[in-house]
Design a protein around this ligand. Structure first.
Ligand SMILES: *[C@@H]1O[C@H](CO)[C@@H](O)[C@H](O)[C@H]1NC(C)=O
Ligand SMILES: *[C@@H]1O[C@H](CO)[C@@H](O)[C@H](O)[C@H]1NC(C)=O
Ligand SMILES: *[C@@H]1O[C@H](CO)[C@@H](O)[C@H](O)[C@H]1NC(C)=O
Length: 295
């Protein structure tokens, strides 16, 4: 009798655990315990706090007035101070570096503090340039790599970006343990990286249920030095609203919209763009230096 009971209990436990790992029926979201908040630093530099894991995006810590001459007459000047310094950053599990070769996404201070001895995901070019650092790994567009953090395995998928001609940039879809499913699609969080509007990103709608999408915008322009007018290399508010609708995300989080000399669109105009596109009520604005709850 006793043996029978033990076998019965063991079978029951096995069955319930097995069931819990299967995707649920449509319309159920079984990842309610997932939490996401962001501590914005400046530009695209932020800490993504997801459950107990901290990701650092595009680290930048230089003070207001710092100018970077990037050639072809482009001098990028940062017009505000970062809200946090490296000694205020919590322990970082991994760095998501959309590209390593532009100083507004990785400055000398970020480079000195957040690359050596770190897990870093970035572009193939970037990973090559950052050698030999063994923790730096390359991510191709639409490639999924496992990332071991906090004793568990996450899946990080690269998304394509089009930025300065000839340069590589990558965005990141983050999916962690316990994220669950909505309408049969895996719940995920997306960080776009620096890109202009790309139609091919619309396929994310069929691949994931994006609970939040974090957009690098600012309407940044660059002079290619070939006699043509400066070209747009990041999205403006209208582009972001369009892409947000394309991918069907729940929440829109703007980043990388100030304060730089090469960003052409004001925050006021971005707000008007969002109003006009009818997405303003889906937006969560970040306050630099404060931890903002996204969901
Ligand atoms: C990551 O992908 C693997 C292989 O598809 C899958 O077995 C695993 O459940 C995924 N993990 C997460 C956290 O999405
Ligand atoms: C400058 O380069 C851009 C991008 O490659 C190109 O679209 C444009 O036509 C070029 N302008 C001239 C004058 O060659
Ligand atoms: C935003 O960019 C689109 C092209 O992608 C352009 O048509 C629109 O005029 C721009 N909006 C502003 C306010 O500059």
């Amino acid at each position: 009798m006793r043996t029978f009971l033990i076998i019965y209990i063991a079978t029951f436990v096995d069955w319930t655990l097995g069931a819990a790992t299967l995707p649920r029926d449509k319309k159920t979201c079984n990842g309610p315990s997932t939490s996401f908040s962001i501590s914005h630093i400046i530009t695209a530099a932020a800490v993504f706090h997801i459950n107990d894991i901290n990701f650092l995006t595009d680290p930048f810590f230089s003070p207001a007035g710092t100018a970077f001459d990037v050639g072809n007459g482009n001098v990028l000047t940062v017009l505000g101070d970062p809200a946090m310094q490296p000694d205020q950053i919590p322990p970082i599990d991994a760095v998501l570096l959309s590209h390593e070769d532009h100083p507004d996404n990785l400055d000398p201070i970020g480079r000195a503090h957040f690359l050596d001895g770190r897990k870093v995901l970035t572009t193939p070019d970037g990973a090559n340039n950052l050698r030999p650092r063994p923790g730096v790994a390359a991510l191709q567009p639409w490639e999924t790599v496992p990332l071991h953090v906090g004793g568990e395995t996450w899946n990080i998928t690269g998304t394509p970006c089009e930025h300065l001609p000839g340069g590589e940039v990558v965005g990141f879809v983050l999916r962690g343990p316990g994220f669950g499913y909505t309408d049969g699609l895996p719940n995920a969080i997306w960080y776009t990286g620096d890109t202009i509007y790309l139609k091919e990103l619309a396929q994310l709608r069929d691949m994931y249920h994006l609970r939040a999408a974090v957009f690098n915008m600012g309407d940044a322009h660059a002079d290619l030095g070939n006699g043509s007018a400066p070209i747009k290399v990041t999205m403006n508010g209208t582009d972001v609203a369009r892409m947000f609708k394309d991918v069907g995300a729940d929440i829109l989080v703007p980043m990388h919209y100030s304060p730089w000399s090469h960003f052409w669109e004001s925050v006021e105009q971005v707000k008007r763009d969002f109003e006009e596109a009818g997405v303003a009520d889906k937006v969560i604005w970040l306050t630099p230096g404060q931890r903002t709850r996204i969901f």
